[in-house]
Design a protein around this ligand. Structure first.
Ligand SMILES: [Zn+2]
Ligand SMILES: [Zn+2]
Length: 223
């Protein structure tokens, strides 16, 4: 077909991976739709303004490729933990790892070298005393603000949670179902006892369901 006099002739011009072959009869908002060949071999119809403005640079393969690159930036976890940005831990050397697995392995490391790590932690605390106190104070204040008025039964139950977890051993933690950091209350209804492993996986996730959880109810004195 013939081009309108003031329509730009884009024939043989390149736009990214696309080369304009010729105009079609189609119009989009009065703009000519061009048939283009992409370097990947596909043909696509693109409206002239999208070509000249640089909005469209390929048949879509470029976008796919970029998505591929982007996805490579995300974690791949052999244990099938979430494949997303949030769960991608990037090491200082650029290596990427599943955040959950990374945390788990650093916990295993801490368990294996408990004394060494404890000593390291103590040294860090001594060097960063004000920062350390500030973190602790903030957590305590938050917990205090989020501790509702507890009656005697409830106070008793809170202590039982901590006592019970202690009896079970160091692998068991008293956990806030809704984390204090997310506005959860320091109230027995919001407490549970879970394993250290679950606690680690849970982190601040609101919808994580622990594999094992122990709830104590009022008046209960044993499992
Ligand atoms: Zn293409
Ligand atoms: Zn993982």
């Amino acid at each position: 077909m013939r081009l309108h006099l003031n329509a730009k002739n884009l024939t043989d011009r390149s736009f990214g991976l696309l080369t304009a072959i010729g105009p079609t009869d189609k119009r989009s908002n009065a703009k000519i739709v061009w048939i283009c060949r992409c370097q990947c071999g596909n043909s696509v119809e693109v409206v002239s303004s999208s070509l000249t403005s640089g909005k469209t640079k390929s048949c879509g393969c470029l976008r796919e490729e970029l998505r591929g690159i982007h996805n490579k930036m995300k974690t791949h976890c052999p244990k099938e933990h979430p494949y997303n940005e949030e769960n991608t831990y990037t090491h200082p050397d650029g290596r990427r790892e599943c955040r959950i697995c990374q945390r788990a392995s650093s916990t295993r490391y801490r368990d294996a070298y408990r004394d060494k790590c404890r000593e390291h932690g103590r040294k860090w605390n001594r060097r960063n005393r004000p920062k350390c106190n500030a973190i602790l104070a903030r957590y305590r204040a938050q917990k205090r603000d989020q501790t509702p008025e507890l009656n005697l039964d409830e106070q008793q139950l809170v202590s039982e949670y901590y006592y019970f977890a202690q009896q079970l051993g160091s692998n068991w933690h008293v956990d806030h179902v809704i984390p204090v950091a997310k506005g959860g209350l320091h109230h027995p209804d919001n407490l549970q006892i879970i394993t250290a492993e679950d606690n680690l996986k849970k982190s601040d996730l609101l919808d994580y369901i622990p594999e094992i959880r122990i709830k104590l109810s009022r008046g209960q004195r044993s499992l």
